[in-house]
Design a protein around this ligand. Sequence first.
Ligand SMILES: [Zn+2]
Length: 265
Amino acid sequence: MKNKVMMSGAAVLMSISLAACSAAKEEVKAVKTEAKTAAKAWSYEGETGPEHWGDLDAANAACANGKEQSPINLESAKAKSVENGELQVRYAPTVFSIANNGHTVQANAKAGTNVLTVDGVEYKLAQFHFHTPSEHELNGKGYDMELHLVHKSADNKLAVLGILLKAGQKNEQLAALWAAMPKEKTTADVALNAPVDLEALLPKNRATFRYNGSLTTPPCSEGVKWTVLEQPVEISEEQIKQFKSLFPDNHRPVQPVNSREVTKH
Ligand SMILES: [Zn+2]
């Protein structure tokens, strides 16, 4: 009897030290993993929010030190009017696949059939995604949401077309995408059966602002040609509510314009 108790006591001791040992190993592993991922993690609030993006990773330096950052407040009175240079897009109804990347809902294009031409350079649509509230402001006013159509040139330069979205009529062009919107972060894209008609998504008035800016998410890389349509497009309160239920706030605040010229076309 005594022997048995002693044996099980020793067994308990042994298993405790084994557990402690493996727990310590697990902890070391966890710290290492955390250190690795902490450099990349960013969000839209608190310690990892927009104010801290530059400190999270050396690769994000432009977020803090860049002089040509996006978004900005677009001011009609300060924009230089340019007669030529109307919006040049060649968009056709396209089937996209949808991803929830944890920061936004993004529609990825497989074929490069949608083209935006800026200053004579062709940029093919790679993806589009959404922010709420809007990232750009128009004469100091923000909007409910903003759509970003991200295009890439043959030499990998980026041109983004921004469309401000405001509460109003239901947006039929976005209905199929909204119905398929993944609620959780996806590991693989969800196929969207119905094509999206981007041409029909554009506002009637094609007046735009243009300026040189950056990505509005880390690493905030500059050299991005921005075109923002002045006239907002409507989207229903219901559609805004659905997006906000996944992303209550995924916008970067406006950045200093500095010495940049904003043109109005
Ligand atoms: Zn964006």
